[in-house]
Design a protein around this ligand. Sequence first.
Ligand code: KG4
Ligand code: ZN
Length: 338
Amino acid sequence: MHLLTIESTCDETAAAVISGEGDVLGAALASQEELHRQFRGVVPELAARAHVERILPVIDQALRQAGLDSAAIDAIAVANAPGLAGSLLVGLTAAKMLSVAWGKPLLAVNHLHAHIYACRMAAGRDIYPCVGLVVSGGHTTLYDCAGPLELTTLGGTIDDAAGEAFDKVAAMVGLPYPGGPEVSRAAAGGDPARYAFPRSMIHEDHFNFSFSGLKTAVRYALVGPGKQDFSQLELTPTELADLCASFEQAVVDCLVAKSRKAVRHTGHGRLCVGGGVAANRRFREAMQQAADSDGFELLVAPPELCTDNAVMGAIALEKLRRGDYADLELDIEAGLVR
Ligand code: KG4
Ligand code: ZN
């Protein structure tokens, strides 16, 4: 039994070949980081065009790595929600085309559920039930996960995603895209208590997040209220480090506080984290401390499975086992899909 998985929800074109036992036999990924860097963010039109160029070579590469041809593939899984419409359409169209050409069934993957399943792939064992946290460039969402496909949303961001806040702060201080790793690097050795940035809604009794006030507070700290021009900004290395560390700490504090609350609320005793921001070192350390002191198990996807990839599309094996196939009418769902 072999599954081909396709991922093109945002700016990574990826494909993987997964065995029925969940072993990764081949995995290929083409990143568009270089393409979007000059714009300090993903440009949807460019992303879609780049996916068109890359999707078939990436699929071919994954198959070659696995040493398999199309005859050995039993089903094709594709992330059809959520993401950028143009990007999603490229992956979905490729998957449908191969499904028809090869005569293999199609499976739909929810990209957010897959981000949590990345922990299942890394652990190599069952991780459910658990609390799931997806913390990426597009989402910051907490789930009660009864099973891999049985997710209930506990809460999420009401404005910016955590990764988006990292990317925007990076742009303010002149660091390249994607901003998360850059801000994190700049924060090393900085004083996380130098700037008293807000931790919105941290003590409120729900599981939602808000990062736009934090972003505004960083802007005020840099150029003052009501100003948008960052071109004259001159920060000493210490100021930059302190600002980045203080910002990073504020994001991490919110993520840790609400996740702890969710673990207590569900009683699951396990937290599984996926999405690009989960690659953040300060985040990992703080969450581990919380897990140790509260006594829950913490699973964070390894960095290469935190950011977008096709390996996490192995979640489709769960659908395959249940015979939960998609038909050729399958559409994308670009917007917020819980
Ligand atoms: O999961 P992902 O690859 O794509 C989405 O589905 O959004 O996440 C990308 C996001 C970007 O906003 C990036 O800045 C952020 O994850 N990110 C990080 C780190 N590495 C990536 N944020 C903070 N610290 C990091 N080390
Ligand atoms: Zn993602």
